[in-house]
Write a protein that binds this ligand. Structure first.
Ligand SMILES: Cc1cc2nc3c(=O)[nH]c(=O)nc-3n(C[C@H](O)[C@H](O)[C@H](O)COP(=O)(O)OP(=O)(O)OC[C@H]3O[C@@H](n4cnc5c(N)ncnc54)[C@H](O)[C@@H]3O)c2cc1C
Length: 434
């Protein structure tokens, strides 16, 4: 075990906090440096005019007992279980999510096309299925061209911002439910009550928002240094320099800051690493949170919007996760729009367009008044799994590992990670030091 070595962690989001907590519990001293004046990263909650807002929706789903147990221990009584109520708004109708098993309620020609094409895809089996399918191939050949045309392609194109033929299938293992023909037919002839997918349930704090989780971690960790933004990293001299003039030496560096940012701070890099860095693609999320002067805005948890006429891909209701997040007689919601280098958005009027869309789909009413509003422009939103990502990432990680740098978390490790994954990554890194 490397007790007498200096371990430095960059970034105090969930991954960095989990790494620090696990290392310190194992008796391995470490220091954590965070650029903001509070920890939490994307899992921070903020107050505005009596409302508590998160960055979009941050809901806890668990596949692993260990992570569930740890979160239960950290949040104790302040954790509530919910049965997911996820919907889609298309063709002027709300239908349940996932689309493929909830065709009931859509216009008849849409239902007919989805059903017939699903049957065709089923009978076609693996015929013509490419060896290494793109996400688009997978959708067409697994769910059929009807479900593709009416939901999967428009929704995912809006969300990912690049053609789905350029995206691989590595990221969604288990995420996208593939129903049987019986399940699709059942969902066509009437509303289904069964909830599909691994995240049929989720957990969320009773009060305080998701920031309660990262606060609970932070309060149990020593040596957290806030307001320390890494400005340059000397890989040879094993030193991080911060914007205020401080610097820290390390034997091992755990970085949870976005990988392209880390590489930029590391200065001169071998050509192959610099060019790999350029291959790392991501989308960005423009998030508008609103507090509204009406109770019971929606009983739903969140809604997907596949249609082009709405500039957002999803909206959700904080007040459906916890009444404690807004004042009495009010409700709160979040709206999410996606953009990237390939598909920029006009930020000049985006807020007005998002609000207008909420009125147009009927979620907001003309009599509603906005009591609070908050914007989060999330530069690093979702990692894009294109054909270049795997090899570029391996080159970069191997190079950094040789320098005793470990890249961790959703943006440090450049993965499609949930909060649970971020927590588990923080635990896994301990293995390197034991
Ligand atoms: C829109 C959206 C919705 C999501 N919803 C869910 C959900 O419902 N459920 C779920 O499980 N997961 C969700 N996630 C994923 C979840 O947010 C992440 O898995 C998790 O928060 C990642 O934590 P992290 O520590 O890896 O990254 P971050 O939270 O980004 O933490 C990185 C930290 O590094 C700091 N930092 C950056 N640069 C520097 C620097 N130069 N010097 C020092 N510090 C620096 C940042 O300030 C930040 O605190 C969502 C993500 C997004 C984008």
């Amino acid at each position: 075990m490397i007790r007498n070595k200096k371990v430095v962690i960059l970034g105090g989001g969930l991954s960095g906090l989990s790494a620090a907590w696990h290392l310190q519990r194992k008796g391995i001293p470490c220091s954590l440096f965070e650029k903001e004046n509070s920890t939490g990263g994307l899992c921070r909650s903020r107050q505005s005019n009596g409302f508590t807002f998160d960055s979009c929706g941050h809901l806890l789903h668990f596949k692993h007992r260990y992570a569930f147990g740890l979160v239960k221990r950290l949040l104790s009584e302040n954790l509530v279980e919910h049965k997911k109520s996820a919907w889609i708004f298309s063709h002027k109708t709300f239908t349940r999510y996932p689309f493929q098993v909830n065709l009931y309620g859509l216009p008849q020609p849409v239902v007919k096309e989805c059903l017939l094409e699903f049957v065709k895809a089923r009978f076609n089996g693996k015929n013509g299925f490419p060896e290494d399918p793109s996400f688009l191939d997978w959708i067409n050949q697994t769910l059929g061209k009807g479900i593709a045309r009416h939901f999967m392609v428009p929704y995912n194109s809006k969300f990912w911002t690049i053609p789905l033929s350029k995206i691989t299938c590595e990221w969604f293992d288990g995420f996208i439910p593939v129903p049987s023909l019986k399940e699709v037919i059942e969902g066509t002839i009437g509303p289904t009550s069964r909830i599909f997918g691994y995240n049929a349930r989720f957990w969320y704090p009773a009060k305080g928002g998701i920031g309660e989780l990262t606060r609970a971690f932070s309060s149990r960790i020593k040596n957290i240094f806030l307001g320390q933004s890494a400005q340059s990293i000397d890989l040879k001299g094993k030193t991080v320099h911060f914007s205020g003039g401080n610097s820290v030496k390390f034997d091992y560096l755990i970085s949870t800051i976005p990988l392209p940012e880390f590489l930029r701070l590391a200065g001169r890099l071998p050509k192959r690493i610099a060019s790999s860095s350029k291959q790392l693609k991501h989308n960005s999320i423009f998030n508008l949170n609103l507090g509204i002067d009406r109770q019971g805005l929606s009983g739903k948890h969140w809604v997907y919007f596949p249609e082009k006429k709405y500039p957002f891909f999803r909206a959700g209701f904080f007040s459906s996760f916890s009444r404690g997040l807004c004042p009495p007689g009010a409700s709160s919601l979040y709206i999410e729009a996606s953009y990237s280098e390939d598909k920029p958005i006009d930020k000049g009027d985006i807020e007005q367009r998002l609000i207008k869309g909420m009125f147009e789909c009927g979620i907001l009413r003309p009599s509603d008044r906005i009591l609070a509003r908050e914007v989060n422009d999330i530069k690093y939103g979702y990692i894009i799994y294109d054909r270049n990502r795997g090899s570029a990432l391996k080159q970069i990680k191997d190079f950094l590992k040789e320098k005793d740098v470990f890249c961790l978390g959703r943006y440090g490790g450049w993965e499609y990670f949930s909060m649970e994954d971020a927590i588990l990554e923080g635990r896994k890194i301990c293995e390197v030091f034991i």
